[in-house]
Design a protein around this ligand. Structure first.
Ligand code: UTP
Length: 290
């Protein structure tokens, strides 16, 4: 029986330069889709998938995340005094979603290096890695879909999605054999290939299930593209030593760390909200677009 996935590492120490100036003094993970910060969507996905304990890897200027998931004593007191029971429930609920701890990545040396900061937290268990700027809107939570595959194959699983055309060059891409519909055994992977060199149209997105043997590989990984320690490089090395799987996630993935992706996600999520959708849809229909 594979060990249960109880822990998740959330690398959130990146500088978010694509969203400047918004991210100059505010973590991109705290940007909101409608009224909920990106990171809360993903913490909720983790909890709904059975994760009990989360480590958020932060950096300078990221304290708002810690405050967000903490109890807000003054706010709760005020809402209680004013009889705003529903809002009180909303505020209180945020601090009760999961057990969260924090550590710092002192320098933004890359995603692989950020994940490495989770070594002591993870100990010797398999674990999830979740990037809060990848929002997957799915009926069955994306991580839960991956845990199902992990439990069947007892091996690391990467979350992927089909990406058409030149856009594939922005991702890590897998070269793999389909072993059952939507599940792949990975032969190799490459970071940000040219379109013509991409081994498939399956792009790695911000969901990973990894095993603790990844840490030794990260330790041995030298800085690659952009002087950063790339998780793809470490995973490629581990791939030579153990089976590695990927799955095609069901659902829609939004890159909320990109301006256009963020706008699209905002519109989609607003249109799903019963309290906003009728009026918002009416507004959109009346826009005179040519
Ligand atoms: P991105 O490639 O999106 O980089 O990182 P970024 O710095 O956050 O954003 P841009 O590209 O400058 O706009 C992917 C994920 O890895 C984390 C980021 O927080 C993000 O969730 N990361 C990246 C770290 O935690 N540390 C790093 O050193 C690099």
């Amino acid at each position: 029986m594979p060990q249960k996935i109880r822990k998740a590492v959330f690398p959130a120490a990146g500088l978010g330069t694509r969203l400047l100036p918004a991210t100059k003094a505010m973590p991109k993970e705290m940007l909101t889709l409608v009224d909920k910060p990106l990171i809360q969507y993903v913490v909720e996905e983790a909890a709904a998938s059975g994760v009990e304990s989360i480590l958020i890897v932060t950096g300078r200027g990221k304290a708002a995340m810690e405050d967000h998931f903490d109890v807000s004593f003054e706010l709760e007191q005020l809402l209680r005094e004013r009889g705003k029971e529903n809002l009180l429930k909303v505020a209180r609920g945020v601090s009760e979603i999961a057990r969260i701890s924090y550590t710092r990545q002192r320098e933004a040396l890359g995603l692989g290096h950020a994940i490495y900061q989770g070594r002591d937290f993870v100990e010797d268990e398999p674990f999830a890695v979740m990037l809060a700027d990848d929002i997957v809107d799915a009926e069955r939570p994306a991580l839960r879909q991956m845990i199902d595959v992990y439990e069947k194959y007892d091996a690391p699983v990467l979350g992927t999605m089909r990406v058409e055309g030149e856009a594939i060059s922005r991702f890590g891409v897998i070269d793999a054999e389909e072993v059952e519909p939507g599940v792949y055994k990975i032969r190799d992977m490459v970071e940000k290939p040219k379109f013509e060199d991409a081994p498939s149209d399956l792009a790695i997105i911000g969901r990973y299930i990894l095993t603790p043997d990844i840490f030794d590989e990260i330790e041995r990984t030298k800085p690659g593209a952009g002087g950063e320690i790339q998780i793809t490089d470490a995973m490629r090395k581990l791939l030579q030593k153990r089976p590695f799987y990927a799955m095609r996630l069901e659902g829609t993935r939004h890159d909320a760390g990109d301006k256009l992706g963020f706008l699209v996600a905002t519109v989609e999520f607003a249109l799903k909200r019963p309290d906003l959708a009728p009026q918002f849809a009416k507004y959109l229909r009346n826009l005179k677009l040519n």
